[in-house]
Design a protein around this ligand. Structure first.
Ligand SMILES: N[C@@H](CCOP(=O)(O)O)C(=O)O
Length: 490
């Protein structure tokens, strides 16, 4: 299958590219993104076939349906990384929390967040293409806390790749920061910036499109790619777990095959939600996709009003920092899918030039056929964390907690919901300790111990170890100096 461009094609790029071309060079004409020419139609036959499949078998078959130009043995090697997850038989447990509400736990990988689901295999795929072509790549990653650790973990010491990871200094949880700044490998550079996630992501997109930067890299014999969900190589792996989660409910006899469910997705850059949308379009029985946000609620406003309005808006720091994002990358792929490349280019150009776009009422109606949305404040989230722990014995992180509000406000309680848990409690322990016991300003190490004691949960070794590791990545710079700092590292 080939991949085409969300904003149309300028005459300098081919009309369509292969999967490996799209992942090696993820930014398309006019600053757009790559999307599959068409999505495979899985049909009920595919779901029936995989009711009793392992995650890896389901994933392998699904990737085959995309007919991507990656050797089968590479795909198998990539999928074998799910064996490192807590339960190699089932890397994504789906847990019943209460009547009609199920949580798909996407955080059982090495960095305790859902990003491992895609970045673990993506690291193998990208590095093996680079090796096969005899090329060297700089992989950029911009993170609000989860993508960074997962990207560093997957590319650490891999051949033919170096990573430059940009994070907002002070804009992540302490565990997320430690996961990055203690990463010690020659091919990794972690750069804190004085700014917010959107500054890091803007820099990433600017560098990916900059001929001058690419020329400077070429002089060092290096090419440029990215680990964020602008890269379709990330998205393809983020479709699988939605199908798996649905099949888990069938296996648990919570639903019958064909029954529609809500997919409730905590959203920032919209990669997770886009995976849900594609899974639905490929044949998963879905009632609606519910988009859950924190106080940075641009997505709620877009879905409720049709306006994407960044004028006079600033990111606010919240208790769910991985979603402290205003410019959400993957909405663009939905716009393309619904309204085509001309309208997508027009809307994205408006956003870039005027910080604003507005859908027509017909377009909004179309968007609302697939999506509904609500946002949850940090204080509301803490109430949900405490209530769900006390009433249902289920402990969730503050990102997952945003789903609890929209579950109440956006869904019909008679229809089952799969909500996605994007991170383990260990990554945000001070907020959770505050929610459960009222303790204020606890350091992570103390908060982890008190939650572990209260909830009778083990702290995984990779989290415990962080506190005694040496901090080796000490760079914090102004955002204007990003390019210079990256070139210094190479
Ligand atoms: N929430 C993310 C931000 C980057 O998202 P991505 O899906 O584009 O990698 C994070 O935690 O880093």
């Amino acid at each position: 299958m080939n991949f085409i461009q969300t904003r149309g094609c300028d005459k300098n790029t081919p009309l369509s590219v292969t999967f490996s071309q799209a992942i090696l060079s993820p930014i398309a004409s006019f600053g757009g993104l790559y999307v599959p020419e068409n999505l495979p139609d899985l049909g009920r036959e595919f779901l029936n076939k995989h009711v009793n499949s392992s995650y890896k078998d389901l994933a392998f078959d699904l990737l085959n349906r995309f007919e991507i130009d990656i050797d089968s043995y590479v795909i198998k090697e990539a999928l074998d990384l799910y064996d490192k997850f807590d339960n190699s038989e089932n890397p994504v447990p789906v847990v019943k929390v209460k009547e009609n509400l199920y949580i798909s736990e996407l955080y059982h990988g090495p960095t305790r967040a859902f990003k491992d689901m895609a970045l673990q295999p993506f690291g193998v795929v990208l590095s093996s293409i680079a090796q096969k072509k005899g090329e060297h790549y700089l992989i950029l990653a911009a993170t609000s806390g989860d993508t960074g650790p997962a990207a560093l973990e997957t590319f650490k010491n891999r051949s033919n790749v170096q990573v430059a990871c940009l994070y907002p200094d002070g804009g992540t949880s302490d565990v997320q920061r430690l996961q990055m700044v203690t990463e010690d490998a020659k091919n990794l550079k972690v750069i804190g910036i004085n700014g917010v996630f959107d500054d890091a992501q803007n820099a990433l997109k600017r560098l990916l499109a900059s001929e001058e930067f690419k020329k400077a890299l070429k002089e060092k014999n290096i090419l440029l790619s990215a680990a964020n969900s602008v890269n379709f190589g990330r998205i393809i792996f983020q479709i699988i777990y939605h199908i798996h989660s649905y099949l888990e409910l069938v296996r648990q006899k919570a639903i019958t095959m064909g029954e529609k469910v809500y997919l409730n997705v905590p959203s920032g850059n919209f990669g997770n939600a886009l995976g849900a949308y594609y899974a639905w379009k490929m044949g998963l029985p879905v009632e609606k996709i519910i988009i859950s946000s924190n106080e940075n609620n641009v997505l709620t406003k877009l879905i409720k009003t049709g306006k994407y309005d960044l004028r006079d808006l600033h990111v606010v720091s919240t208790t769910s920092p991985a979603m402290d994002i205003l410019k959400s990358s993957n909405i663009e792929r939905v716009l393309y899918d619904m309204f085509g490349y001309k309208r997508t280019r027009e809307l994205m150009q408006n956003l870039e030039e005027k910080n604003f776009y507005e859908l027509t009422s017909d377009e909004l109606a179309q968007l609302q056929e697939s999506f509904d949305a609500d946002f949850c404040t940090g204080d509301e989230g803490k109430v949900y964390i405490k209530k769900t722990f006390q009433k249902n014995g289920y402990l969730m992180d503050p990102h997952t907690a945003t789903c609890m509000k929209s579950y109440e406000t956006c869904s019909d309680p008679k229809i089952k919901t799969i909500a996605y848990s994007t991170a383990e409690w260990t990554k945000f322990s001070p907020v959770i300790a505050n929610a459960l016991t009222g303790e204020v300003d606890a350091q992570d190490i103390k908060a982890l111990a008190s939650i572990s004691n209260e909830a009778k949960l083990e702290i995984p070794s990779m989290i415990k170890e962080l506190f005694s590791k040496e901090i080796v990545q000490k760079t914090v710079i102004e955002k204007e100096d990003i390019e210079k700092e990256i070139l210094k590292f190479l």
